[in-house]
Design a binder for this molecule. Structure first.
Ligand code: TXD
Length: 307
């Protein structure tokens, strides 16, 4: 079995281990600074495997030595938002955590592909690439699958249609300025803009943008984790199984969409080497303008990293 390490055995880390192990995709090493937490969750997951019929091995540890030889390292370590907080307010505290996670996991697994989840997502993925001295293909940030899945779920609820018929593309930075591309989204081939009245579509776009905050507000402690973890597992599977799967993901742009030097959510093709290709949509002036606004926010947050 290939090996996937997950740094951070909190809500998203442990739930990602759950999805990956249930699929039988890989053996999983869960790492956390809290003693006993990754060990306890790994043991619990191990005891679920006979029931779900998977032979994935899940181990928990506080020691990076056990992560050696991982094909993929998923970074979820760091603080989540509290109600009313923006993702960018986590920049300082989470930078230190992500820096350490990258350095230590790459020492143990120099060839690994990194998938970053920690917020603020786009700057943390940028930091991971810089700290690791990695080519852009080896660092992927997860945000777009989640944001697009939120929109897909809302559309499916609105139109009472299977989620499998709903295709949505949310691009841009993982903040409230993200850009749900309604013109590129469709229900069984029917453009979204024809499938529902403009006011309903506008409401879905707004709810999608604030989707993370809605859950933070309800939970009061912690943020969303089931859907983010499912998104991480999908990215890990696309890489491990060399699927050439196109998903919205945060990757370093080098001129695509007229942007350069920032991690930003775009349609990205993922396979064994990580990022294989960026798909460039033809955008209307309004869509381009919305992406520029979002990119400005990401650029500011990356500048605040001071690296
Ligand atoms: O779409 C996205 N990108 C996101 C991002 C979706 C969901 C969550 N998102 C962000 O991921 C969230 O804002 C946080 O910054 C991270 C982790 O969220 P999670 O909900 O999993 O937070 P938890 O439950 O608090 O878990 C974090 C764990 C916790 O067990 C800590 O002890 C551990 O991280 N931690 C560390 N592990 C290893 N090494 C270090 N240094 C460390 N510091 C904390």
């Amino acid at each position: 079995m290939p090996k996937i390490t997950i740094i951070g055995a909190g809500q998203t880390g442990a739930t990602t281990a759950h999805w990956i192990a249930e699929k039988g995709l890989a053996d999983v090493v869960l790492v956390d600074v809290v003693e006993g937490l990754p060990q306890g969750k790994a043991l619990d997951l191990t005891q679920a495997m006979p029931i779900v019929g998977s032979d994935s091995h899940v181990v928990g540890t506080n020691d990076y030595a056990e992560t050696a030889g991982s094909e993929i390292v998923i970074i979820t370590a760091g603080l989540p938002r509290k109600p009313g907080m923006s993702r960018d307010e986590l920049l300082e505290v989470n930078s230190k955590i992500v820096r350490e996670a990258v350095e230590r996991s790459l020492t143990a697994s120099p060839e690994a592909i990194l998938i970053v989840l920690t917020n603020p997502l786009d700057p943390m993925a940028y930091l991971a690439m810089k700290v690791g001295g990695l080519p852009r293909g080896r660092v992927l940030g997860q945000a777009g699958i989640l944001d697009s899945a939120r929109m897909r779920a809302f559309v499916a609820m609105e139109l009472r249609v299977s989620v499998q018929n709903v295709h949505c593309y949310v691009l841009g930075g993982h903040g409230d300025e993200m850009v749900p591309l309604t013109r590129h989204s469709n229900v069984a081939g029917v453009p979204l803009e024809q499938a529902m009245p403009p006011d309903r579509l506008a409401a879905i776009v707004e709810r999608t943008r604030k989707g993370g905050g809605e859950i933070v507000g309800l939970l009061k402690t912690g943020s969303a984790f089931y859907a983010p973890a499912a998104a991480l597992a999908q990215m890990a599977e696309a890489v491990l199984l060399d699927r050439h799967l196109v998903v919205p993901a945060s990757v370093l742009l080098e001129g695509e969409y007229g942007l350069r030097g920032i991690f930003f959510g775009v349609p990205a093709q993922l396979g064994r080497g990580g990022l294989e290709k960026i798909i460039e949509y033809q955008l209307s002036p309004a869509e381009r303008q919305a992406l520029e606004v979002s990119a400005g926010k990401v650029r500011e947050a990356i500048a605040a990293l001071k690296i």
